[in-house]
Design a protein around this ligand. Structure first.
Ligand code: FES
Length: 364
């Protein structure tokens, strides 16, 4: 008789989910047999969306050696490639309400607009088509992402939604175009306004955390601005009373985009203060000269508060911001971050640019 192991998942809000996993079966698949749809994307051990922390039991993982090395010093596991050898307990970095009871819905959307913000940054606007129940809008939380397929292929990529939830069924995405990328090639050379695209979502746990009125600082690098824009736009719509600082960083002035969007947002939402940071700025640059980590440090030197920090950017950016935060005694659980460009986050998204879909930006 085939062995079965009992899996116990403990969510961030301390709910316990239990199901059985067959020998040789991965945990994401076993959860789905029990109609529990865990956060996952690539299902091949490369994106990191399904990360958890094993706290009890024996298991083996079948993952890329580089990724294995990056998490080897911890008990972190990628559940889509984790095979139990005993009963197992795993702590998830998200709440129970993010474990769906049915698969994410598939939707169709018409390409409404395709706008180059810089030579390698594309803004897409999509108009959702009503689903079979007559719903036009898509339920999502600001900061989440959708996956989009290249038509007539199995190739899909994930992008964060840059606008706030709305009833009009319009989704705004920011795409960093990489040369030779399949999606980049499709979207720049073939996709036409009016084309119908298939998408799935929304998903992801890089979302606003309810922590009272503690100030919220948002730090974004490049197209990592998408998820941050969605969060701040939502806060602006609700005129939330928090103090909000937004730091948006790029390397060169010609890479800056969304200047007018940020100015409009700040005009509508007096609590919002923002700075556009250019690392290699020319003397005439009117914004901050330096990195977002430098700007963050300067901000912290002038504030008595310890804000929650939402970071969306490269590993290096997250690390530098975390280092600055540590010098101001900001605890790690006040850093909420999503990785943009290569690997993981405490909200669990890796990106392997050439192999999988990445939330919020990279078109490979
Ligand atoms: S879903 Fe498990 S690593 Fe991508």
């Amino acid at each position: 008789m085939m062995s079965e192991f009992q899996i116990q998942l403990v969510t961030r809000d301390e709910q316990v989910l239990q199901f059985n996993c067959l020998a040789g079966e991965d945990i994401v698949s076993a959860a789905e047999r029990a109609e529990l749809y865990l956060i996952s994307q690539c299902r091949s051990g490369s994106c990191g969306a399904c990360i958890g922390t094993a706290t009890r039991g024996q298991y083996v993982q079948d993952i890329d050696p580089d990724i294995a090395n990056s998490i080897a010093h911890t008990e972190q596991v990628l559940l889509c490639r984790t095979y139990p050898r005993s009963d197992l307990q795993v702590v998830l970095p998200y709440d129970a309400n993010q474990v769906r009871k049915q698969p994410l819905p598939m939707r169709q959307a018409t390409l409404l607009e395709k706008n180059y913000l810089t030579p390698d940054t594309l803004q897409l606007k999509l108009q959702l088509i009503e689903d079979e129940d007559g719903n036009l809008s898509l339920a999502f939380e600001p900061g989440q992402y959708i996956e989009i397929w290249i038509p007539q292929t199995e190739i899909k990529r994930a992008y964060s939604i840059a606008n706030a939830p709305n009833w009009d069924g319009v989704l705004e995405l920011l795409i960093k175009l990489r040369s030779h990328g399949q999606f980049a090639q499709y979207i720049t050379e073939q996709a036409q306004v009016g084309d119908v695209l298939t998408l799935q979502g929304a998903s992801g746990n890089f979302t606003l955390q309810d922590r009272g009125l503690r100030p919220r600082y948002f730090i974004a690098g490049g197209c990592g601005l998408a998820s941050v824009m969605a969060m701040v736009r939502q806060m602006a719509e609700l005129q939330e009373p928090h103090e909000v600082q937004l730091l948006f960083g790029v390397w060169r002035e010609e890479e800056v985009f969304y200047q007018s969007e940020l100015a409009e947002l700040a005009a509508d939402y007096p609590n919002l203060h923002y700075q556009i940071c250019v690392q290699d700025a020319t003397p005439t640059w009117q914004g901050f000269h330096g990195s977002v980590a430098d700007a963050f440090k300067a901000l912290m030197q002038n504030t008595p508060t310890t804000p929650d920090i939402y970071i969306c950017g490269s590993n290096g950016l997250i690390e530098r911001v975390a280092e600055v935060a540590a010098t101001f005694n900001i605890s790690k659980d006040q850093l909420i971050h999503e990785h943009y460009g290569a690997q993981a986050t405490n909200t669990s998204h890796f990106c392997q640019e050439d192999s999988c879909s990445m939330p919020y930006a990279v078109a490979s």
